[in-house]
Write a protein that binds this ligand. Structure first.
Ligand code: ADE
Ligand code: ZN
Length: 335
């Protein structure tokens, strides 16, 4: 469409991107070899092509999560985390992404014996390079895993607070990720209350596979200022009104929803409903190496499906910037 050139040229922000979700199969196999990590024996793990073919057939969130956890097992050293994040930043810069809010899942690695400090060392090294060499800004969001025993998440919060990473600029926000179904937000209310006094930003993955009640619960019990996905909020007109009034950012990942089998096709994404309701939302990639689409592709696929106007794209891109977690000065530069 005529807007294609605009969508390539427009400076972008990405509010919802998991660094572990940028692990391309080629890098996965290279890291496994150099770190002597054994991968599963199933035929889908034979090579890059067979693994990509399996990624194209995810049936639900948990099916996808199994693969991202297995993939992450090749990340062992600080240098692995640095190389992974750096490769994404280079790709992001080539798509004119000016600012990224990068989620990372410490427990995906600490459960395998990789220390929290090793992860952060690698990620911060990549951030310093990207800021200096690519002129991007980057903020990290530490995400709590919902499916692990609460004691494990408590131990993570203990370390983050002990390191003072929520107040020294290392980590800008705390999120909640992984299996949504049997783990309602209220289970994490006390943990979120422990980190809130630092002034850290709060978000949670909700309304991806569970209905609008999960979005309401995250807003009420966790006091999040942002909602990751929030797809099912579209089913609740009153909730849409409240989200519009409070200008809460939903970080939509329309292509991820299709790739994970949550939506049958992109046309089923409630992009129009959110626009009509005046809800602030941004378009994001989520786990591009697993979903098969980086931010530029996601923008273009959304445009091919919905044929949005320039004004509608302005609302979306602006929403991501105004809802992003940067200081006033940087926000002015991005707008
Ligand atoms: N971790 C990475 N991607 C995720 C998603 N889409 N939902 C929940 N947890 C995730
Ligand atoms: Zn996500």
């Amino acid at each position: 469409s005529s807007l294609h050139d605009f969508l390539v040229a427009v400076p972008k922000v990405e509010n919802h991107l998991h660094v572990e979700g940028t692990l391309e199969p080629a890098m996965l196999f290279a890291f496994a070899a150099r770190n002597h990590v054994e991968l599963p024996k199933e035929p889908e793990w034979a090579n890059v092509e067979s693994l990509k073919a399996r990624y194209s057939k995810f049936t639900c969130l948990d099916d996808f999560l199994r693969y991202i956890y297995l993939g992450a097992s090749v990340l062992v050293k600080a240098a692995d985390f640095e190389e992974l994040a750096w490769a994404y930043f280079v790709k992001a810069a080539s798509m004119r992404v000016r600012h990224v809010e990068v989620s990372f899942d410490p427990q995906m690695h600490t459960v395998r014996g990789v220390s929290y400090d090793v992860i952060v060392e690698g990620l911060m090294a990549a951030k310093r390079r990207a800021v200096k060499q690519l002129g991007m800004t980057i903020e990290y969001i530490a995400c709590i895993h919902r499916h692990l025993p609460l004691a494990d998440s408590t131990a993570l919060v203990d370390v983050i607070l002990e390191r003072r990473h929520l107040t020294d600029g290392t980590i800008c926000g705390v999120g909640l990720v992984s299996s949504e179904k049997p783990f309602p937000p209220v289970m994490f209310a006390d943990l979120f209350k422990r980190v809130a006094p630092t002034g850290t930003k709060l978000t949670a993955h909700v309304g991806e596979e569970v209905g609008p009640e999960a979005v309401r619960e995250a807003l009420q019990c966790l006091n999040v200022s942002r909602v990751d996905h929030g797809l099912t909020a579209a089913q609740d007109p009153k909730l849409l009104e409240e989200l519009a009034r409070s200008r809460t950012l939903l970080t939509l990942c329309p292509w991820s929803n299709v790739a994970l089998g949550i939506l049958p096709e992109l046309s089923q994404s409630p992009v129009r409903r959110f626009l009509d309701a005046g809800v602030r939302f941004s378009i994001n990639s989520d786990d591009p190496a697993y979903d098969g689409a980086y931010l530029q592709d996601v923008y273009c696929r959304v445009q091919d499906t919905f044929n949005l106007t320039l004004e509608e794209w302005d609302w979306i891109v602006r929403g991501g910037i105004e809802g992003s977690w940067v200081g006033e000065e940087r926000m002015k530069e991005l707008l």
